[in-house]
Unconditional design. Sequence first.
Length: 124
Amino acid sequence: MRTLMLALLASFAVAAPAAAQGPVPTYTVAGKVAPKPPLKLTDDQKRLVAQQIKTQNTLDKLPDGFTPAVGAKMPTQKKLAEHPLPRPLVYEVPVLKNYYYVQLDDKVLIVDPMTEKVVEIVRQ
């Protein structure tokens, strides 16, 4: 019994320093998820976005203190309503399938819903 107890204590002594080193990285079945590449829309694609979104009834007001810019984090105080892009638009511009939009008076913000950042601004 004494030998078993000593073996158990010895295993804890070996395991304790390893646990104190910090978290061990975990790997998923999918592996490391790469960040999305920057969204690069052509002028024709931007025109198509503006035309398609104009027909939607999703107009929102810009909250005070928020200046839309590419890379800007969406406001959290007064949340803007983010909508999935219309399916016909995504069929024509498949690169938009993982993005949402916010319709303002004079522009459309294309937003990455995972990072909550503006990735493109389309003028209407």
